[in-house]
Design a protein around this ligand. Structure first.
Ligand code: GLC
Length: 468
């Protein structure tokens, strides 16, 4: 017990030390305050990294910083530079922002919309996390008036508008470039990655709750959202789902089928089923595959996408149970010695060369390519609690209780089992510490999830009327 107290104290110290201020107010947390962090932008406040910090503040009854963050990140869009040859997309949230302090005391806000980021990757997830955080703030504080402010309503509408805008696309899922979410480097995750679909689903459902009914401007948006939600949900539940029965179907798929009514609409070639999955997938378990597109099923297991699908209800209850059962039966692969592995398995050899561009940071079983990320703990514990698998949540926390603070809150771990501290991992990574605090909070008080509006979205969803 004393060890846990010491670990929690140390986690809170990391969180407190990470707070950044603007005009005298706390507005966010830096990604890491490791002075040896390899990239300068770890001193920025990343939108996605701030999410677990924000949850901790909301549960601790300190919502001010979250409110300030939500307002400031919305304003940050004014800082966006035009990208030559493109119409400006002012509604996109930045990946990160920072406050520059000049010698004369002036403060200046800088934001990165992917125009400065390593590899110039677009942060598509930021805007969805922003909507989810507005919802969490409103639920935790009861400050409904905040979400009803015209600028917040406008912000939500703009984000939903950009997501629903038509593109060269025939699927209900969202088409995005490589590296546009937590995995923000080339990793063969372009197209329709699961994590973006889970966030898209959650953001759409949340927008239905947050947009003000009485506002005429919102009516057309409601209809669009409801229709897209219905299509998206059916599509992901059906076509992304993989369990032994589905695997067998795909194994025997006919190909080259033209027309509307055929089982293999995307022309997936059974030959693409990787060897590892056949014996690895247990009889009683299943998961949502990492990506799906024409002639392409990415069979890799991506943890965050699956866990968010459980938490927000994109996966059905039965599917969610099977995802947790997969963790239970494949603990060594998916959790190892330091929960939670970001994706499984790692890409190696020629595949790694081609899909990462021979990225030395993403070598097999490191960083995004099969590394283990403590920040995913909060989502794992939340998903496990939601599906009545506290046993698994406790099991995960035992691993981190013993180690994480002694290792100084690293960003990620390396190795098939996550035994080594990541070769280029920062120390004092804020979201590693805040996820650890959240894991404890969720286990102590399962109502905490409800307070943050996590895992209970389905209750308030509208009933759809079929228009065919
Ligand atoms: C890395 C991670 C990204 C995170 C950033 C700051 O780039 O891939 O998800 O937001 O570091 O911690």
């Amino acid at each position: 017990m004393r060890n846990i107290d010491a670990a929690l104290k140390s986690a809170y110290k990391v969180l407190d030390d990470s707070v950044i201020h603007y005009q005298g107010q706390p507005v966010g947390t830096v990604a890491s305050y490791d002075p040896d962090a390899p990239a300068a932008n770890y001193a920025d406040c990343f939108v996605r990294d701030f999410v677990p910090s924000a949850f901790v503040y909301l549960l601790d009854g300190k919502p001010e910083i979250v409110k300030n963050f939500l307002e400031l990140s919305l304003k940050a869009k004014e800082l966006q530079h035009e990208i030559e040859g493109h119409e400006m997309l002012p509604q996109v949230m930045p990946a990160s922002f920072k406050v520059i302090r000049h010698d004369d005391g002036r403060e200046e806000l800088h934001a990165d919309f992917g125009d400065r980021a390593i590899g110039r990757v677009a942060p598509v997830d930021s805007m969805m996390w922003w909507i989810l955080l507005v919802q969490a703030y409103v639920h935790a504080t009861g400050d409904v008036a905040f979400s009803q402010k015209p600028e917040i309503q406008r912000g939500i509408r703009l984000i939903i508008g950009i997501c629903l805008r038509d593109r060269f696309e025939v699927f209900p899922t969202l088409l995005v470039p490589d590296g546009c979410f937590m995995i923000d480097r080339r990793m063969g995750v372009y197209g329709h990655p699961l994590e973006i679909q889970a966030l898209f689903y959650a953001a759409l459902s949340t927008a239905l709750e947050l947009l003000v009914m009485q506002d005429e401007e919102n009516h057309a948006v409601f209809e669009l959202i409801a229709k897209r939600l219905e299509l998206l949900t059916d599509y992901v539940r059906k076509y992304y789902w993989l369990d032994p029965t589905r695997l067998n179907e795909i194994h025997r798929y006919k190909t080259e089928l033209f027309g509307h009514d055929n089982a293999n609409q995307l022309n997936i070639h059974p030959e693409t089923i990787p060897d590892w999955v056949v014996d690895w997938l247990p009889e009683e378990a299943g998961y949502l595959v990492g990506n799906l597109g024409p002639g392409r099923m990415d069979f890799r297991f991506f943890a965050f996408g699956n866990l968010l699908s459980v938490i927000f209800g994109l996966a059905t209850d039965e599917q969610s149970q099977k995802i947790l059962e997969l963790y239970n039966q494949r603990w060594d692969s998916l959790m190892g010695l330091m929960p939670v592995k970001i994706c499984y398995p790692a890409m190696e050899g020629r595949e790694w060369q081609l899909l990462t561009g021979s990225d030395p940071k993403n070598i097999p079983w490191s960083y995004h390519n099969g590394g283990n990320w403590p920040t995913l703990l909060w989502a794992f514990v939340a998903a496990a609690i939601k599906m009545d698998r506290e046993d698994l949540a406790h099991h995960a926390m035992i691993h981190v209780n013993m180690r994480l603070h002694k290792d100084q809150w690293p960003e990620y771990y390396d190795g098939k089992n996550g035994r080594l501290i990541g070769r280029r991992a920062n120390y004092n990574q804020t979201w590693s510490a805040s996820a650890f605090i959240l894991g404890h909070k969720f286990l102590q008080d399962p109502n905490a999830l409800k307070k943050l509006s996590l895992g209970y979205l389905r209750i308030n969803q509208p009933t759809f009327t079929k228009t065919s």
